[in-house]
Design a binder for this molecule. Structure first.
Ligand SMILES: Cc1cc2nc3c(=O)[nH]c(=O)nc-3n(C[C@H](O)[C@H](O)[C@H](O)COP(=O)(O)O)c2cc1C
Ligand SMILES: Nc1ncnc2c1ncn2[C@@H]1O[C@H](COP(=O)(O)OP(=O)(O)O)[C@@H](O)[C@H]1O
Length: 167
């Protein structure tokens, strides 16, 4: 995928409230404007990368892009599970992510337990891959040093591919 790494930020909005309740794996949702602006070559599926909430620490993350076939959603979404235990929810805060690599396509599952097992295996894969030097160096990218600018208009918070960010 030519567009990877892909750098993106947006204010966290409410989803269907299933991530935590059903799965025990909370996923922060991006607004529709961010989902609609994904480059054409970023296909639906599961990705790994780095994430930061407002000006906090940079953590490993896994992200699901698509229609969640298990739940048969009608709206495409981008849902990020940050691999970190937060003290509280962060709705309305700025989430900055660097999508670094692709894991697998989205799938339907026979049971919730199978979906949960698949997500846990994605998390383990992400943890290992992100320790590679070429991925670790992205934590130092100037994207994560620029203003988290919650006050900035959405037009200023455009998402960019690694190519556009002059890696
Ligand atoms: C790493 C990861 C992998 C996922 N894989 C799938 C999948 O293969 N199929 C699917 O239907 N949903 C998948 N999901 C999406 C979950 O079903 C989704 O996070 C859940 O529906 C919560 O949605 P909500 O935040 O809108 O409530 C995945 C989520 C994550 C974080
Ligand atoms: N480690 C985490 N990763 C992602 N979101 C988290 C995490 N810890 C807490 N949250 C909070 O949980 C919310 C997601 O919970 P979830 O049950 O999936 O609800 P929703 O459907 O509203 O997205 C996020 O928007 C965020 O505020």
């Amino acid at each position: 995928m030519r567009s990877l790494p892909y750098f993106c930020r947006g204010q966290v909005v409410r989803g269907f409230g299933r991530g935590s309740k059903d799965l025990g794996i909370p996923t922060a949702n991006f607004p529709e404007s961010v989902v609609d602006n994904l480059p054409a070559d970023i296909s639906t599926g599961i990705y790994y990368g780095w994430a930061r909430v407002d000006n906090g620490d940079i953590h490993k993350m896994v992200m699901s892009i698509g229609w969640n076939p298990y739940y048969k959603n009608t709206k495409k979404s981008m849902e990020t599970h940050v691999i970190h235990k937060f003290k509280e929810d962060f709705y309305g805060q700025m989430l900055s992510v660097a999508m670094v690599g692709y894991i697998r396509p989205e799938r339907g599952f026979e049971s919730l337990d199978e979906l949960k097992a698949a997500i846990h295996s994605d998390i383990e894969e992400a943890k290992i891959k992100l320790d590679l030097p070429e991925h670790l160096k992205l934590k130092e990218h100037h994207f994560f040093k620029t203003s988290q600018g919650r006050h900035l208009p959405s037009s200023v918070r455009r998402c960019r591919t690694g190519h556009e960010m002059q890696l």
